[in-house]
Design a protein. Structure first.
Length: 226
């Protein structure tokens, strides 16, 4: 995607949020009316530009990445400088959870291929399998927390365990957003919408794969840096 196009899309998103259009010329001789029903749309076709959805999810992923990287930086600094860092045993179920999440990326991409081949039944089966795997992952994270509690390890026990709970809880909450998106794509009727199911599935896949990769990074950080 050309950089100029990305900047144009970001400008359109900011204009929509702020209700302003100072830098954009008026269209159709309407004097740049903020109430223009076509604002924020591809005026060539009268439909939302697919690039804008990809840009919006990219901005969301960047903000999430910045949030986690700030916590990772704090983790690394405290791990290196704190004299009260106490290690703990990482629950084995986290590896099973990781396998489920990685497998869900495979089923999601296979579902998209089914959709591209007009196999709607196959798409729905694999799409909802992906959703189920996501829910199993969250349930597995709860089981991991329960395992630590049974060992007497709480968020306030040590710095290491505190980071563990914060990392896993924050990731699970963001993954729940992806699960909601999976349900939305699976159940919504796109026949009369401006957005196709294929486009919604593609944008959702960006977020889902991003959360998968983020989790693998966090797990390795927690395991080797605990």
């Amino acid at each position: 995607m050309p950089p100029a196009s990305i900047l144009d899309d970001i400008e359109l998103i900011i204009d929509d949020i702020g209700g302003g259009g100072g830098s954009r010329p008026p269209v159709r001789g309407d004097g740049g009316d903020d109430n223009d029903p076509d604002r924020g749309r591809d005026r060539s076709w009268g439909k939302p530009s697919p690039r804008r959805y990809a840009t919006a999810i990219a901005l969301a992923m960047i903000s999430i990445l910045m949030f986690f990287m700030a916590m990772v930086a704090a983790f690394i600094v405290l791990r290196a400088t704190s004299g009260k860092w106490v290690t703990f045993h990482v629950p084995w179920i986290l590896w099973l959870n990781t396998a489920l999440l990685l497998f869900s990326s495979l089923t999601l991409e296979t579902a998209r291929k089914k959709l591209a081949a007009s196999d709607n039944r196959g798409f729905r089966q694999l799409w909802f399998l992906t959703t189920g795997l996501g829910l199993l992952f969250v349930a597995g994270q709860l089981a991991a927390w329960r395992s630590l509690v049974d060992q007497g390890v709480y968020a306030s026990s040590t710095l290491a365990s505190g980071f563990f709970y914060v990392f896993t809880a924050a990731h699970a909450l963001h993954l729940l957003g992806g699960i909601c998106a999976l349900f939305y794509v699976g159940f919504r009727n796109f026949d009369k919408g401006d957005v196709t199911r294929a486009l919604a599935a593609e944008v959702t896949s960006y977020y889902w794969h991003f959360m998968d990769a983020l989790w693998v990074f966090l797990l390795l950080l927690l395991y080797f840096g605990r």
